[in-house]
Design a protein around this ligand. Structure first.
Ligand code: ZN
Length: 132
């Protein structure tokens, strides 16, 4: 299995994984299939969204903060309940079709690692399935 090491720099942050996932898919060299990107962490996530205007990433993080504020009457003793909840809302995996040997992302789409309890060292698993 392919792994990507991610070093995050703030408590909440979106990090573009598209170039590294693309590299993995191109190295495998098959034409058609599916790419599965999985985050094995309970306070992080992965999502696909706009890769052109970075203000979209900022808006996503700001609005998630409003929905799930860092301080509230949480019962989780570790103090990072908000990060766990955001991880569940956003989700721990995405699938991207592989077509013509490349990720079949839309023009404006990118794959983003979502840090909700950084800064930390993180890992992302990338698995691919070849179609006949
Ligand atoms: Zn926790």
């Amino acid at each position: 299995m392919n792994k990507i090491q991610v070093k995050t720099h703030s408590q909440s942050e979106l990090i573009n994984l598209t170039p590294e996932v693309n590299k993995i898919v191109q190295r495998l060299g098959f034409k058609e299939g599916v790419c599965y990107v999985y985050v094995p962490h309970t306070t992080a996530a992965v999502t696909i969204n706009e890769n052109a205007d970075p203000s979209v990433q900022k808006d996503i993080l700001n609005e998630l903060d409003k929905i799930v504020p860092w301080d509230d009457r949480y019962t989780h003793m570790e103090g990072n309940a908000a990060a766990h909840i955001k991880s569940t809302i956003v989700g721990s995996s995405v699938y991207i079709p592989i077509s013509d040997g490349k990720l079949a992302l839309g023009t404006w789409q990118g794959i983003f690692f979502c840090e909700f309890d950084g800064p930390r060292h993180r890992e992302v698993f990338v698995q691919t399935i070849k179609s006949e």
